[in-house]
Design a protein around this ligand. Structure first.
Ligand code: SF4
Length: 214
């Protein structure tokens, strides 16, 4: 596991100076994934939000707190999970003193996938969960994904690994009414519970080969 930790550290350092797409220009810093190098479960979100951009860690803002709650209810230890995003810089549009979130486009997601692919190759999780459409598009390498049609069920990722799709917790926060938010939260917990069950059912299978250091 020491080799994987050191490879992740190297990737994180390299990603700090990434200028592959224009998103680095308008963000504070690269927000790389975090978690154990030997994590069995990887969660992939869309991109860092305002607080993540400022603090330099993934899922530490309001959506991250909601995700923590959902993980706890699903019986998943956040500290055992590798958390990352499909895109590593915060795409935003300044509006007065605020910075409004903007969804990364197909080009940005494709270009940034080099980092996500590397994280998957080093960590070799048994299951990768996509939180939201952008993560699902990056992981499935498709331009169009409808989460509601596929959520909570196992999918095979293009590289052969196991995946599962669910919604991003920020979508729950954007749901205007309390009843809708509660329903969406329960659905997220159900999908994460399905992820845990899937993980447990594959616990005897060997992992894939680790990426060779360059
Ligand atoms: S968003 Fe990704 S590809 Fe674009 S500059 Fe940042 S790290 Fe590089």
């Amino acid at each position: 596991m020491a080799a994987a930790s050191s490879e992740l550290k190297k990737l994180r350092t390299e990603a700090k100076s990434c200028t592959r797409c224009p998103l680095y220009r308008n963000a504070t810093q690269t927000v790389f994934g975090e978690g154990p190098a030997g994590a069995l479960l990887m969660l992939v979100g869309e991109q860092p939000g305002d607080q993540e951009d400022l603090l330099g860690h993934p899922f530490v803002g309001p959506a991250g707190r909601l995700l923590d709650k959902a993980l706890e209810e699903a019986g998943i230890d956040r500290n055992a999970v590798y958390l990352t995003n499909a895109v590593k810089h915060f795409k935003n549009e300044p509006r007065g003193k605020k910075r409004l979130h903007k969804r990364p486009d197909h080009y940005e997601t494709e270009v940034c996938r080099v980092w996500l692919d590397s994280e998957i190759q080093v960590v070799r999780p048994r299951l990768v969960v996509a939180l939201g459409v952008t993560a699902a598009q990056a992981l499935l390498r498709r331009r169009s994904v409808v989460i509601s049609r596929q959520r909570g069920r196992p999918v095979t990722l293009p590289g052969g690994g196991a995946g599962l799709l669910t919604m991003h917790p920020s979508a729950i926060l954007r749901t205007p009414d309390r009843a809708g938010r509660d329903k969406a939260f329960r659905a997220l917990v159900a999908d994460l519970t399905a992820a845990r069950a899937l993980l447990e059912s594959t616990s005897q299978r060997p992992r894939g080969r680790r990426r060779q250091p360059e």
